[in-house]
Write a protein that binds this ligand. Sequence first.
Ligand code: ADP
Length: 371
Amino acid sequence: MKNDSSEEWLLFLSERKMTEITSKDILKALAHVDDPDLHKDIVTLGMVKDIEIDHLNLSFTVELTTPACPMKDMIQRACINAIKHFIPLAETINVNMTARVTSHRSKSEILPGVKNIIAVASGKGGVGKSTVAANLAYGLAHNGAKVGLLDADIYGPSIPIIMGLRGHHTAVEDGKMIPAEKDGIKVLSIGFMINENQPVVWRGPMISSAFKQFVNDGLWGELDYLIIDLPPGTGDIHLTLTQLLPITGVVMVTTPQDVAIADCRKAMKMFHTPGASAPIIGIIENMSWFVPEDAPDKKYFIFGKGGAETLASEFGVPVLGQIPLFENLRSLADEGRNPFDVHNAATSHLQVMTETLAQHISIKNNTTQTG
Ligand code: ADP
């Protein structure tokens, strides 16, 4: 909360002999509350809505740029403190926190209803890329966002398994593919088109054409976030993605191990080459350490330490989260259960990862906002 002009304002109020409260008073008080990420006050940012005054009882809405905002509680407390400080007359203060996800996509013919497209990529397989992609979808939806998950990872049936959609077959109506739904998340997966017991012998162009079909013919509707699970490494589909879709950015997944970091570096370099360029939002380090279920205070750094941090500083991007190895994260994934619905040790790490990603997207969108 800013204090610079508070004395002046209190003097003004006492001179006015405040006996009633107006919307203007509320806006003036809330202009002292900053959004710490966007570095402007919430009134200037247009976040204050629906002010209602019933004599000395106030209520208003603060509309954040993402429902997964890690600053939500802090901003709410700052609003209450500002009102108490500048409008001591107020008896009850009701601050309703909502969100309208922002976008920096200009109106596009491709996926026009999708505000943010996030690709999840990795240098090599087995680092937990699909697990992270699915849990970002679970996390964003759990926080109240409208989410889609497009699984373009041809090498595994991971997404159908983690989303509890094994054996699902995509329905097609009027040439449009209807996504499956899990906990409100719309899902289309290459796994729905492949027999999971058969090796996949698709060539690059086939994968790219399936991907294009998911994008162009999927009935995605209105989404705040579309998460795309890419195959590991660098291939045709990465070129198709970056050329076909104006994506918000890429999230890289790696373990801290040297070989994984080396492969991740290669994939990150690819997103810097002309023809396949895309902004990298940050890195998620998975399997950062192991926490035994029977000794939750212990940490074993099985794959080494600090790998993602070093890589992140090399590329000037943030580490968006560190997810330890938890046995129950693996078992929940295998059972297709949503880890946000079941109290378990991994949830707080998944929530931080989700909030940090949403926060970085909001900051990015704020620089070139259109909607
Ligand atoms: P990728 O998509 O990189 O090939 P997956 O997401 O399919 O990797 O993960 C590989 C395996 O590791 C899966 O069995 C998954 O359940 C497990 N796994 C991934 N991350 C974790 C974690 N943090 N804790 C426990 N198991 C994990």
